[in-house]
Design a protein around this ligand. Structure first.
Ligand code: UGA
Length: 440
């Protein structure tokens, strides 16, 4: 089966590579010539463990190609995945301009029956918008060609994307014809035979499953973060609270880790978008609105915790370990570090930092604070002469740090462990003035 995947961001690139791994003939399309040139040289533009190996293997097998030629890719394919970005606009609603532009391209180049599948996270009703846009272009060409639109939202987690796509918890298919369903079943044959659960529904429900899932997970994180603030005040231990709650199968242990607030390219954007969709439909989603507010408060609480315990920050050096919104990614979109670092600087601190993958992006995102941030090549040199150490992201390599060595090089010994990676280490409290999240 010939498949075009339009958009080579996190979702599109991983999807294209994995579909090739499933035996499909895939052409990944992007308008950015530089990106396609790099991909054609075997350079993966994002940091995603395991992706390059599978990409190289499938390019070599001749199943995976990269191009900027949208029209020939559309004409040559039976299935077209739309995987372009849907960034938030001022009011929180998803900007659909890239989706519409791809739908126009499809309408202008459609020459035979094809299935057009939305992989991007899109508001309810976007399937219809794509369909109408393609039909409009066909009308302008005064031709009538049959096509189907479908929705197949992506649930991959950055940093674990390859495994997530090879072994998903479920595949959601929103379809409106058996013909499209038959084709999608062939596309995902490799998962069907492994008995991965498939949810086959209408397009609008599929679109909403994606938003509902992300919003629910964001609520779960904000819930435990609120519990952690109360636990700190009353002297309880959130680590044990989350463990105790999570053992109830109805609650489940995942996404109950308190921290500096959720970030990334999905939860902040998608929670705002679904609230916006509700408003446009004269509904209000109070729980999700509260989760968004709690997430803002959680970041402020982290800043306040540092200031309250360290006092005046002027002339204080604070080392931040980890910048990306989570480990195993270079993605800095909506990372808590982008709010917390500027606040510490505005309160007088200078920042020393090291992150295995997030520094390149942080340099341009926080360029206005460049004279107050120094980037280091490793964790130990970043901690030299620091007054405080803040663990912002739980990269594995930080949990095996030699704490005595770190402390030895520091000027003072505050340790703010915003990811609780040392919370079960009894010795940490002997070495540092230790402040985890969710414990007094
Ligand atoms: C999220 C969803 O988990 C995916 O299922 C979905 O496909 C994706 O969004 C998307 O819409 O594309 P992702 O943003 O890659 O995936 O990362 P997560 O692992 O979900 O983490 C999101 C944020 O929540 C991070 O800032 C993380 O540190 C935070 N988090 C996560 C917590 O604070 N506590 C937890 O217990 C779990």
């Amino acid at each position: 089966m010939k498949i075009a995947v339009i958009g080579t961001g996190y979702v599109g690139l991983v999807q294209g590579v994995i579909l090739a791994e499933f035996g499909m003939n895939v052409i990944c399309v992007d308008l950015e010539q530089n990106k396609i040139d790099s991909l054609n040289k075997g350079i993966v533009p994002i940091y995603e463990p395991g992706l390059k190996e599978i990409m190289d293997k499938n390019v070599e097998a001749g199943r995976l190609k990269f191009t900027t030629e949208v029209s020939s890719a559309i004409k040559d394919s039976q299935v077209i995945f739309i995987a372009v970005g849907t960034p938030p606009q001022e009011d929180g609603s998803a900007d659909l301009k890239h989706i519409i532009s791809v739908a126009k391209d499809i309408g202008q180049n459609l020459d035979d029956y094809k299935v057009v599948i939305n992989k991007s996270t899109v508001p309810v009703g976007t399937g219809e918008l794509v369909k109408n846009t393609i039909s409009h272009e066909l009308n302008l060409r005064a031709i009538n060609i049959d096509f189907d639109v479908a929705s197949n939202p992506e649930f991959l987690q950055e940093g674990k994307a390859v495994q997530g796509c090879l072994n998903p918890d479920r595949v959601v298919l929103g379809v409106e014809s058996n013909r499209a369903l038959d084709i999608l079943n062939k596309v995902y044959h490799a998962l069907r035979v492994r008995q991965v659960p498939f949810v086959v529904t209408d397009i609008k429900s599929a679109e909403m499953i994606k938003y509902a899932s992300n919003a629910f997970l964001a609520v779960k994180i904000s819930f435990i973060n609120e519990m952690s603030r109360l636990a700190e005040t009353v002297g309880a231990n959130t680590y044990d609270i989350a463990y105790g709650m999570g053992l109830d199968a109805r609650i489940a242990p995942e996404f109950l880790q308190c921290g500096p607030g959720y970030g990334g390219s999905c939860f902040p954007k998608d929670t705002l978008a679904i609230v916006n969709i509700a408003k446009k439909n004269n509904e209000s989603l109070k729980i999700i609105e509260a989760a968004i507010e709690a997430n803002v408060l959680q970041k402020q609480h982290m800043i306040q915790k540092i200031i309250t315990n360290m006092g005046e920050l002027t002339n204080k050096k604070i080392t931040i370990l980890g910048l990306s919104f989570k480990p195993d990614t270079d993605d800095m979109r909506d990372a808590p570090a982008l709010d917390i670092i500027p606040a510490l600087i505005k309160n007088g601190a200078t920042i020393h930092t090291y992150c295995p993958q997030g520094m390149r992006e942080t340099k341009w995102r926080l360029s206005e604070y460049a004279d107050r941030i120094t980037y280091f090549d490793d964790e130990y040199s970043a901690c030299e002469n620091a007054d405080a150490l803040v663990i912002m992201t739980q990269w594995n390599q930080f949990s095996i740090l030699d704490l005595d060595k770190i402390k030895h090089g520091m000027r003072d010994n505050y340790l703010f462990d915003l990811r609780n990676i040392f919370v079960t280490d009894n010795n940490v409290r002997n070495i540092f003035k230790y402040f985890p999240v969710g414990q007094k």
